[in-house]
Design a protein around this ligand. Structure first.
Ligand SMILES: *[C@@H]1O[C@H](CO)[C@@H](O)[C@H](O)[C@H]1NC(C)=O
Ligand SMILES: *[C@@H]1O[C@H](CO)[C@@H](O)[C@H](O)[C@H]1NC(C)=O
Ligand SMILES: *[C@@H]1O[C@H](CO)[C@@H](O)[C@H](O)[C@H]1NC(C)=O
Ligand SMILES: *[C@@H]1O[C@H](CO)[C@@H](O)[C@H](O)[C@H]1NC(C)=O
Ligand SMILES: *[C@@H]1O[C@H](CO)[C@@H](O)[C@H](O)[C@H]1NC(C)=O
Ligand SMILES: *[C@@H]1O[C@H](CO)[C@@H](O)[C@H](O)[C@H]1NC(C)=O
Length: 456
């Protein structure tokens, strides 16, 4: 107890004797101004302050003395503001990163002698952030820079991370600038696959615990990817007004669509071509052949093939379904995407049902979904239930298990198509005869719906 009182007394006497007060820590941005106040207080009225001085290390930067007047080392950057005999302010402007460090305020008083206090100055620089998507081209099996993100002239250096569903990795480089700042540059490397074109990527720059996000989209250039739709496997003699639609998707956008016959013979006069459309006003034997649609953009051309089988009589037993093996595999890959669509449509239909809409009756009455046991073995039972309500979404019958494992946070169903790219290139470098839709789906006069997920 006595000891505590003694210590308190000692402390009080010290505090009372004299006190140099400064700020413990000052943070400034490069180019700004630093203000360093220093004042001396004493409860002893007989104390006389003869000098107050700011030093860095051992060098005097500015001093105010009753005897000698004021001193400033470098009047270009330092300014001394004298508030009273016992209080001064040192201003430094414009701040350079070399101003970072410890500053000492030293007060000489009589009769007590010298007293000091220290301020730590921290110099920062706000970075300029920018990001750009590099244009990549589908080509050889090499990773390319998909996007570049830069946080320039920051201090301390920023951290850069990337967020995207497109598989890849990044490398970050830090450059020391002469002014004491850092320039951080990060590049996102990815395999340019056409399905990554337009996919979202975000560069996140973390500076001083704050995130700054720059959203971008990848730009992957590729030769057109071609699909043909419109064949319902029920083209019979004398049927009127059928047509094929050729869809070309490419970056840069397709510039031309050319319809041909597979064997190179001229197009029969019973077909009419308009842009990407092939119209048949009345089906005849001459249409009983395979057609090609070739789509061209600045990078080249690719074609898709449609085998047309003309029937002598209409097939009245419902919408045709001929599951090709290749089509099945490919469609299996897109199965996930289609499943999403089915879910959406089911939701819509549930809404319709509750509203007692007539649409239920309008559905294709003769259609029978394929036996679930054939292709749906791996499907959960709930999925079967959905499918029965959705005859026109027959694509969902493809085995979903065959789709490739989902990479990471994949949410973009187009990425599942990535494998197609390679598959098609290997299968046939000239004509990529992949037609996941045209040969598989019973589209036609009644209610075909293109899966929106695949074409967004
Ligand atoms: C102190 O300031 C002077 C003048 O600005 C500078 O040249 C010197 O390097 C500084 N010294 C330290 C230790 O910061
Ligand atoms: C400040 O200094 C001046 C001259 O040295 C002196 O006349 C004045 O009394 C001082 N004032 C205080 C408050 O110490
Ligand atoms: C990517 O774009 C950035 C910014 O335009 C550029 O500096 C960089 O050289 C590009 N990199 C490649 C590999 O094209
Ligand atoms: C990540 O980078 C390494 C080399 O740094 C490369 O070998 C690898 O293929 C890359 N992985 C992906 C997914 O891009
Ligand atoms: C169309 O061609 C197939 C064989 O390629 C043939 O079996 C069929 O009878 C032909 N259809 C008509 C209407 O001639
Ligand atoms: C008619 O279509 C049904 C189902 O769509 C199919 O099972 C059947 O084989 C088709 N008939 C002919 C003659 O092709």
């Amino acid at each position: 107890m006595q000891l505590v009182l003694f210590l308190l007394g000692l402390l009080c006497s010290v505090l009372q004797a004299q006190d140099v007060s400064v700020m413990e820590k000052v943070t400034a941005y490069i180019g700004d101004e630093i203000t360093l106040p220093c004042s001396f207080t004493s409860t002893d009225p007989s104390q006389r302050v003869s000098q107050i001085m700011w030093l860095n290390g051992t060098e005097s930067l500015a001093a105010s003395s009753g005897h000698f007047g004021d001193y400033v080392k470098d009047t270009q950057r330092y300014q001394l503001v004298k508030q009273s005999n016992t209080s001064i302010v040192l201003k430094i402007s414009p701040v350079k990163y070399s101003d970072e460090g410890e500053y000492i305020c030293e007060v000489t008083s009589f009769p007590a002698g010298n007293a000091r206090a220290t301020t730590t100055v921290i110099v920062k620089a706000k970075p300029q952030n920018s990001a750009l998507a590099n244009t990549t081209v589908v080509g050889d099996d090499r990773e390319q820079v998909g996007a570049t993100c830069t946080s320039a002239h920051g201090r301390p250096p920023s951290q850069i991370t990337w967020h995207t569903a497109v598989p890849g990795n990044w490398s970050t480089k830090i450059t020391n600038n002469p002014d004491g700042t850092y320039t951080v540059t990060s590049q996102y490397f990815m395999m340019p696959i056409w399905t990554a074109d337009g996919a979202a990527v975000t560069c996140v720059i973390n500076y001083e615990s704050e995130d700054y996000s720059i959203p971008l989209t990848f730009s992957v250039q590729y030769k057109p990817v071609v699909t043909i739709e419109g064949f319902d496997d029920n083209w019979h003699l004398h049927r009127n007004g059928v047509y094929l639609t050729c869809n070309g998707k490419g970056n840069p956008p397709p510039t031309s669509y050319i319809w041909k016959t597979l064997d190179g013979s001229p197009l029969p006069s019973s077909v009419r071509i308009k842009d990407n459309m092939l119209y048949v006003d009345e089906v005849d034997e001459r249409v009983n052949r395979s057609f090609l649609c070739e789509v061209t953009n600045a990078l080249g051309s690719r074609a898709s093939r449609q085998d047309v089988l003309v029937r002598a009589k209409p097939n009245t037993s419902g919408a045709g379904t001929t599951g090709g093996i290749i089509g099945g595999i490919i469609a299996g890959i897109v199965g996930v995407a289609v499943a999403t669509t089915v879910a959406m449509i089911c939701r819509q239909q549930r809404r319709n049902e509750t509203a007692k809409d007539e649409e239920e009756i309008d559905g294709p009455p003769t259609y029978k979904p394929p036996p679930p046991s054939l292709k749906l073995q791996t499907e959960p039972p709930s999925r079967e239930g959905l499918l029965k309500n959705q005859p026109h979404q027959q694509e969902t019958t493809y085995d979903v298990e065959m789709s490739p494992p989902k990479p990471g946070r994949l949410s973009d169903p187009r990425l599942h198509l990535a494998l197609e790219d390679d598959y098609l290139e290997q299968e046939n470098p000239i004509y990529n005869e992949y037609h996941p839709y045209e040969s598989e789906s019973p589209r036609g006069d009644h209610g075909f719906m293109m899966s929106p997920a695949v074409y967004v």
